[in-house]
Write a protein of this length. Structure first.
Length: 112
């Protein structure tokens, strides 16, 4: 799984550089999220602009990440969801759980 991370005023921005987030690679992303939280980061924005497809395994990664962030009194926010990915969040009603933003900049603004 290819991901990049950067820090922006205390918030970690994780960019997923894959077109699919499914059973084949979701465990790698889950491990990366865990590593980020264990390193001391508690606020995370995940940029999904390159992800065109997500299945239940991918959704599960974000549910686990959300729980881990909550345990640390932090946040996990999502940005740049493509139409099909957004549809999966709506179909499963997870759009009611997560803070979803049109862009990473909008997500970062929400911390100010």
């Amino acid at each position: 799984m290819e991901v990049t991370t950067e820090q922006n005023e205390g918030v970690t921005v994780l960019c997923v550089r894959e077109d699919r987030l499914d059973a084949n690679n979701s465990e790698e992303l889950k491990a990366e999220l865990q590593r980020i939280f264990e390193s001391g980061s508690k606020d995370l924005v995940v940029d999904l602009k390159e992800v065109l497809f997500i299945d239940s395994s991918g959704l599960g990664v974000f549910v686990t990440g959300y729980k881990n962030a909550s345990t640390l009194h932090g946040t996990l926010k999502l940005a740049n969801l493509q139409l099909q990915v957004q549809s999966m969040f709506e179909l499963t009603r997870l759009h009611r759980v997560f803070d979803i933003f049109i862009s990473v900049d909008d997500a970062l603004q929400s911390y100010k």
